[in-house]
Design a protein around this ligand. Structure first.
Ligand code: PLP
Length: 386
């Protein structure tokens, strides 16, 4: 195993831990308790939990994808197996060439590769807080090298502030990270804001657009940044099969960027981290658009319904375009997370500085019934009894 791969694995595990919030909580042991249940408990216990903590797809891969993985199993003993044409399929899907595509073991690996490639020489990353934390972990063990801007008062990413920070620190900036829609808030950066950002920053600064939740957006003001990649702007779009395609456990993601940026990333990307099942699964998932549409439609329906129900109980919910939302529970989320855990319901970790906002994944209809029942017992208890 070469050094690069060893480092990648260490950072990858570190990144997942960061994503799960192990390092950034007031009470880390409490969260370890919550998270280690998921990792260490028996399969039966795990299966019985209502899992609304990691923005996963509750439905699992469709039959077409399961079939593809079953067929790929016979190559489990090989290095030089046929890979199903995954890079070409991704390129075809987006109308780009394969030299615009880099694969990763989840989009987490893409974020790491971007950090490795563009944060040489102690360069800094510009982003907001809170956002998907992994990127900051990869950006250092290196919190010192991030310019973290606060969200606007309506929980949106502050594009004018990003432009100012990029101009003021131009020679120090490695890249700008935008999570669109943002995890944990669910708020989008609109297509006109993307244009404003790209037109406003020094043109040599790459922008990493993390579109992990792209498929759950129904706001017409949103657009993917793939057209900007095709135009040749310095944009890297990161996508994952972990959300809409229900393949979080398989680890498959990719980056799309102009060939020159991909060339700078390639030396940091391992060709060995993505396995044969994931590649065949990815090809089948991209082809099964009906299955993806079904997940999208049901998730958006349940997101709207749950937000309506919470609002009717008197709680504000940040308008969300992801497969999750944040509800303002007007108290510290820590004990509430634990109270849900006691009921076998896993909800999101705290996201400082938004410590009174609970992040909840949109699960299945049954999951959301259980969540609402728990919410009424734990959070809305005073309101409902007057
Ligand atoms: C915004 C965002 N980006 C990237 C990821 C990483 O996903 P994966 O590594 O499973 O592709 C996540 C996971 O939750 C996420 O929320």
């Amino acid at each position: 195993m070469n050094a690069k791969i060893r480092i990648s694995r260490r950072r990858f595990v570190g990144g997942l831990a960061a994503a799960a919030g192990y390092f950034s909580l007031p009470s880390q042991s409490a969260v370890w308790a919550q998270s280690s249940v998921v990792v260490n408990e028996s399969a039966d216990t795990y299966d019985s939990l209502v899992k609304l903590c990691y923005n996963e797809n509750p439905y699992g891969p469709p039959a077409s994808v399961m079939d593809a993985m079953t067929k790929a199993l016979k190559y489990a003993n090989r290095y030089g197996y046929p890979d199903g044409g995954i890079a070409s399929e991704i390129a075809r899907h987006h109308g780009v060439q394969t030299d615009n595509v880099v694969l990763g073991a989840g989009s987490t690996e893409i974020l790491e590769v971007v950090a490795d490639a563009f944060l040489q020489d102690r360069k800094k990353i510009i982003s907001v807080e809170p956002t998907f934390g992994s990127v900051f972990e990869f950006a250092t063990g290196q919190r010192a090298r991030a310019i973290k801007l606060p969200l606007t008062s309506d929980y949106r990413q502050d594009i004018p502030a990003m432009i100012r920070a990029a101009k003021e620190n131009a020679s120090d900036i490695g890249f700008i990270y935008i999570c669109n829609p943002n995890n944990p808030t669910g708020a989008i950066v609109t297509k006109s804001e993307i244009k404003q950002l790209l037109d406003g920053i020094p043109e040599n600064i790459p922008v990493l657009m993390d579109e992990a939740y792209h498929h759950f957006v129904d706001d017409p003001e949103y657009s993917t940044a793939v057209p900007q990649v095709i135009e040749g702007r310095p944009v890297i779009v990161a996508r994952t099969f972990s959300k809409i395609a229900a393949l979080a456990g398989m680890r498959l993601g990719y980056g799309i960027a102009p060939a020159g940026l991909i060339e700078r990333m390639r030396p940091f990307a391992s060709s060995m981290t993505v396995n044969v099942l994931a590649k065949w699964a990815g090809v089948a998932a991209l082809k099964d658009t009906a299955a993806m549409d079904k997940v999208r439609t049901e998730t958006i329906r349940l997101r709207k319904q749950t937000i309506t129900d919470l609002t009717a109980l008197g709680f504000n919910v940040i308008p969300s375009q992801g497969n999750f939302f944040m509800v303002h529970i007007r108290r510290n989320v820590g004990p509430v997370i634990q109270a849900f855990r006691q009921k076998g319901i896993l909800v999101g970790r705290p996201f400082p500085p938004m410590t009174e906002h609970l992040r909840v994944t949109v699960g299945s209809a049954d999951d959301m019934d259980k969540f609402m029942k728990g919410f009424k017992e734990i959070v809305a208890v005073k309101s409902s009894t007057g």
